[in-house]
Design a protein around this ligand. Structure first.
Ligand code: ADP
Ligand code: MG
Ligand code: ZN
Length: 620
């Protein structure tokens, strides 16, 4: 965060700031430079020096007298030949005769600042105001070029053919999406071909998927592959404080694209303007609706010979206005999902291209250990690891760097200053060991990867589990074991200390949420077997907030609460049973945690299997 802020400070350093800085320096200099060589002396000293014939030259401006001495004198420990003094306010009638008598050369000037200063001081406010207005206009235009008064210009960044260097090869995985997009590429390369055979021109594509999965990247790759002009704009760029500007921008964007055809218009994050109309609370958002209406009419307004493909991306397709996704508009939905294990390996390889990896880094293993990571997450992970390596002046990234980086991303920074009392530390150790022992013993739970009681920004300790392979469907057994693992922390506290702590709050929230889903959506409770009382769970758009509609009665609500409770209770009992039966393993793991702060999954399994003693001293 710190670093980003600094960067943006420099980015905003404009011509205007430069002017201000220059002005400041000039003011300081002009005050300093005479002060360095010139000493201020008393009027009496001045008169004495004249009497002693030591004054060579005088420069009188108003009541200020500057002068040069024949030989240097000392005053207050400073030696100087230039001095300044002031005529007393009541005047000194004897001064001029004295000067005449001594034959001193006297220059006089009117009491006014020099012309230079006059000019600066009178024009500077004007200059500043002009600069301010200018920079305001530039900001409106997204820092790009354009004229001073082009508020309604499209703002789209244009990437010309040839300059665009992203290609499909830069996007790992996402094979299905690429295949569909290949059709667009083929069309743009030779627009006549599809039209000759009477095929439908692929016009509106919508890339849909979670954040960081490479939607923006894919869109650029299409332009790169086809070698056509690419007009890229983000939904929020249309929004401006003036009503009507967004609509005007849409119009000029489409105009530009048509002039540059064949071309691609890419509207990123379209949800910013494409939200369902008329759903806003407290009156609609006029500006946004106008912009959206303009966009819709532009989409309809293509002539059949205009070779412009419009692509868009969003991670919230559910809140889009249905008019946007209607046939003829963004009717082709291309899913870009989170990468699978295999894709993660490929993505890691792409982002390792410019980094040196030590031989102990196994990308395949790393891919398996990063379930749920998006492409952007993986890129971030490798960058963090490289930073860690750089901090230690190493050129190669080690496995340990990557592990640390992942912990930092997943768990937050270590909190060094935090001092737990030994008793608190023991509590945390039992809590985490409770999770770990249950996780290691239950047959359907995800394998335990690591247990740690190092305090971090988000928790006092953590038990990491990673699935051995990716799961898309969860069965009841898996979910029940998962719930039991979540309960393991609290159970251990109860078992050992006969009390409960606030440390389990997070576990309980998650467990409750999951149990509710089991009852409401997945029909996994005994009361509502094969039934999803949560209904379709249709989302109501409330401005930006999302609420869920409830489609059941009070009585059913009570039954649902009971069903959730039953599930949680079962999970709790299962965890308690496991821990009571394996208390020895629990104690051993706690001891290992207190000794080492961190215990690997292998060691946890060794302990629960009774093969302990396998814990050697931490090499680090
Ligand atoms: P989105 O638009 O889906 O939120 P981006 O396209 O902006 O995601 O992806 C952010 C960054 O993550 C990209 O610039 C790229 O470096 C990396 N990335 C994401 N997905 C992939 C992928 N499939 N292959 C390679 N890099 C990826
Ligand atoms: Mg994006
Ligand atoms: Zn816990």
């Amino acid at each position: 965060m710190q670093k980003q802020q600094q960067e943006s400070v420099f980015k905003n350093f404009t011509f205007l700031h430069f002017l201000l800085l220059l002005f400041l320096i000039m003011v300081i200099l002009s005050f300093l430079s005479p002060m360095l060589q010139t000493a201020q002396i008393s009027y009496s000293t001045f008169l004495r020096e004249i009497q002693e014939d030591n004054v060579k030259e005088l420069n009188i401006r108003g009541d200020r007298i500057e002068g040069v001495l024949e030989t240097e004198i000392e005053d207050n420990g400073r030696v100087f030949t230039q001095f300044v003094t002031f005529v007393p306010a009541m005047g000194d009638e004897d001064l001029m005769p004295l000067l005449k008598e001594k034959g001193i050369e006297v220059h006089t000037q009117p009491e006014r600042s020099p012309f230079f200063w006059y000019l600066i001081l009178s024009t500077l406010p004007l200059l500043l105001i002009a600069g301010l207005i200018f920079s305001q206009y530039r900001r409106m235009q997204g820092g790009g070029g354009g004229g001073m008064f082009g508020i309604g210009k499209s703002q789209a960044k244009k990437y010309d053919r040839g300059k665009q260097r992203t290609i499909f090869e830069d996007v790992a995985g996402a094979e299905d999406a690429k295949e569909e997009l290949m059709e667009v590429v083929d069309y743009l390369k030779d627009p006549g071909k599809i039209r000759d055979v009477g095929g439908k021109v692929p016009r509106g594509m919508m890339l849909v998927g979670p954040p960081g999965t490479g939607k923006t990247l894919l869109a650029r790759a299409v332009a790169g592959e086809a070698g056509v002009s690419f007009f890229s704009i983000t939904g929020s760029d249309f929004m401006e404080m003036f009503v009507g500007v967004g609509a005007k921008r849409v119009r000029s964007l489409f105009q530009e694209a048509k002039q540059g055809a064949p071309s691609i218009i890419f509207i990123d994050e379209i949800d910013a303007i494409g939200r369902r109309r008329g759903a806003g609370v407290g009156g609609g958002h006029d500006e946004r609706e106008q912009t959206l209406n303009q966009l819709l009419s532009e989409l309809d307004g293509f002539e059949s010979h205009e070779d412009v493909v419009v692509m868009t991306a969003t991670n919230r397709p559910d809140i889009l206005d249905p008019a946007l996704t209607r046939p003829g508009r963004f009717d082709r939905r291309i899913m870009v999902d989170l990468p699978t294990v295999k894709d993660r390996v490929k993505i890691l390889k792409i982002h390792c291209r410019n980094k040196q990896l030590d031989s102990d880094v196994d990308l395949e293993l790393l891919a398996r250990e990063t379930p749920g990571f998006s492409g952007a997450d993986l890129e971030n992970l490798l960058n963090e690891a490289a930073l860690l390596a750089a901090r230690e002046q190493r050129r190669k990234v080690r496995r340990q760097d990557i592990e640390l980086a992942r912990d930092k991303i997943l768990l937050g920074l270590k909190r060094h200053g935090l001092a737990l009392t030994p008793e608190e530390k023991r509590m945390v150790a039992y809590h985490e060991a409770g999770h770990a022992v249950v996780g290691a013993l239950l047959p359907n739970a995800d394998p335990v990867y690591k247990v740690s009681i190092i305090p971090r920004s988000q928790s006092m300790g953590v038990t990491q589990q990673f699935p051995d392979k990716e799961k898309y469907i969860y069965n009841r057994e898996y979910l029940m074991d998962k719930l039991a693992v979540m309960m393991g922390g609290r159970c251990a506290e109860l078992l050992i200390f006969s009390t409960v702590t606030s440390g389990a709050g997070n576990d309980l929230q998650h467990a409750t949420k999951m149990a509710r889903s089991m009852v409401l959506e997945w029909g996994m409770s005994d009361e509502f077997e094969h039934m999803a009382p949560g209904g379709s769970g249709q989302e109501i758009v409330l401005g930006q907030e999302l609420g869920k509609s409830r489609e059941y009665s009070e009585l059913t609500a009570r039954k649902i609460d009971q069903a959730v409770e039953t599930i949680l209770k079962k999970a709790y009992e299962r965890a308690m049973e496991t821990l009571t039966e394996n208390r020895k393993a629990l104690e051993e793991l706690v001891q290992a945690l207190l000794d080492h702060d961190e215990v690997s999954g292998d060691q946890v399994y060794a302990i629960v299997r009774g093969e302990a003693g396998g814990i050697k001293d931490d090499p680090s």
